[in-house]
Design a protein around this ligand. Structure first.
Ligand code: UDP
Length: 332
C-alpha cells in the first residue's frame, strides 16, 4: 500500500516506517524534524514538511497517490503540555485538522492515529478497557481526545475509516538495533535509568513512593515499540471505509517504577543509585491496558510481554548509540 506517515522520523513513527518499508509497502515519511531524526527514516523516504502546510500535504497525497495515512506527528510531553498548552492545542489539534482537510481534498479515506492512554486520566478500573470513561488530567490527553472526537465525526459525516490506537508506555528498540529512543530532552523512565548505567547521569529520581500501589511507586504498562509497529501495520491492512476502531495497545501487565529500575539493574549489572523525590504533576498511580479488543479485532499479540526483555532491547540500543542518532548515519 502507498502510505504517508506523519511524524515518521520520531520514536514510534520511525519503527512503523521501518516495518512497513521492510514488508514491501511504499512509504513516505512526512516530518518537520522538530523532534524527529532524519537518520531514523528509511533511506530516501523522507519529505520535510509541516502539518500546517495543507497545500504541501495535498500535493504530496496527489503526487504519490497516497492510499492511507499513519498519523504520529504530535507534541507529546505531558509536563510541557501543562506549562505551554497553547503549542499543544495548536500542533496537535489544529495540525491534525489541517491533515484531515488535506486528506478529504485528495480523497485519502483511511487513517491510523496515535492516541494514548492519557485520554483516560485516572481510570475507575484497571486493567483499562476501551469503555473506561475518558477524562484526561492534562492538556496533552485533552488534545488527543479531541482528535479522537474529530475522527469519529469525520467518519460519520464523510465515511473516513480510522483506527485510534491508544498506546500505553512505548519502550524498547528495533530488533535489528538500528532504531531506538532518542528524545531531547529525555523525560522517559527507561532511557533515563539506562543513562545512569552508561555513566551519563548520577542517579535516577523516583517521582513519589507514596502512591496506593504495592511498592508505593507508579505502575505503567510498557509496550515494545516493535509491537506497536505491528499493531499499526495490522490496522492499516484491515481498515476499510467507515471503520471506527478505538483500541488499547498494551501488554496487559504492569511494572512499577521500582520494578523497572530493578530490571535495569539486572540487565545492565550496574547498581543504578535511585533517590525518591516528590510526585510529578499529572501522574495517575496505575495505567495498565486490557488489550483484548485489539487482539480480537486485529489478531494482534505483543511479542514482548515482560519488562526484562523490553529493557534488554532498550539497553542494546543505548549501549550501541550512547548519543542516540548522532552516533550513526542513515538506516535501512
Ligand atoms: N518516572 C520517574 N522518574 C523519572 C521519569 C519517570 O519516577 O525520572 C516515573 C513517572 O512518574 C511515571 C513512570 O516513571 O510514573 C513512567 O514515566 P514516563 O515519563 O516514562 O512515561 P509516562 O507514563 O509519563 O507516559
Amino acid at each position: 500500500m502507498r502510505v504517508l506517515l506523519t511524524g515518521g522520523a520520531g520514536y514510534v513513527g520511525s519503527h512503523a516506517a521501518g516495518m512497513l518499508h521492510r514488508t514491501g509497502h511504499e512509504i513516505w515519511v512526512y516530518d518537520n524534524l522538530s523532534e524527529g531524526h532524519a537518520a531514523a527514516v528509511p533511506q530516501g523516504r523522507l519529505i520535510v514538511g509541516d502539518l500546517m502546510d495543507r497545500a504541501h500535504l495535498e500535493s504530496v497525497f496527489r503526487e504519490q497517490r497516497i492510499e492511507a495515512v499513519m498519523h504520529f506527528a504530535a507534541s507529546c510531553y505531558v509536563g510541557v503540555s501543562v506549562t505551554d498548552p497553547a503549542s499543544y492545542y495548536q500542533n496537535n489539534i489544529v495540525g491534525t485538522l489541517s491533515l484531515l482537510d488535506a486528506m478529504r481534498a485528495a480523497e485519502v479515506g483511511r487513517i491510523v492515529f496515535s492516541s494514548t492512554c492519557a485520554t483516560y486520566g485516572v481510570p475507575d478500573a484497571v486493567p483499562i478497557t476501551e469503555n473506561e470513561k475518558q477524562t484526561p488530567i492534562n492538556p496533552y490527553g485533552f488534545t488527543k481526545l479531541a482528535i479522537e472526537h474529530a475522527l469519529a465525526d469525520y467518519s460519520h459525516a464523510y465515511g473516513l475509516g480510522y483506527a485510534a490506537l491508544r498506546y500505553f508506555n512505548a519502550s524498547g528498540a528495533s530488533d535489528e538495533n538500528i532504531r531506538g529512543e532518542d528524545h531531547d530532552p529525555e523525560t522517559h523512565l527507561i532511557p533515563l535509568v539506562l543513562q545512569v548505567a552508561l555513566g551519563q547521569r548520577k542517579d535516577i529520581k523516583i517521582f513519589g513512593d507514596d502512591y496506593p500501589t504495592p511498592d508505593g511507586t507508579c505502575i505503567r504498562d510498557y509496550i515494545h515499540v516493535e509491537d506497536l509497529a505491528s499493531a499499526h501495520m495490522a490496522a492499516l491492512e484491515m481498515l476499510g471505509a467507515g471503520t471506527q476502531w478505538k483500541l488499547n495497545l498494551g501488554t496487559g501487565s504492569g511494572a512499577s517504577v521500582k520494578e523497572v529500575i530493578d530490571a535495569c539493574r539486572k540487565v545492565t549489572g550496574h547498581p543504578i543509585p535511585a533517590a525518591v523525590v516528590s510526585r510529578r504533576e499529572g501522574d495517575p498511580p496505575e495505567l495498565v491496558a486490557d488489550a483484548t479488543l485489539a487482539n480480537e479485532t486485529l489478531g494482534w499479540q505483543p511479542k514482548y510481554d515482560h519488562i526484562e526483555p523490553i529493557v534488554a532491547s532498550a539497553w542494546r540500543w543505548h549501549q550501541d548509540h550512547p548519543r542516540g542518532y548522532d552516533d550513526r548515519g542513515a538506516k535501512g
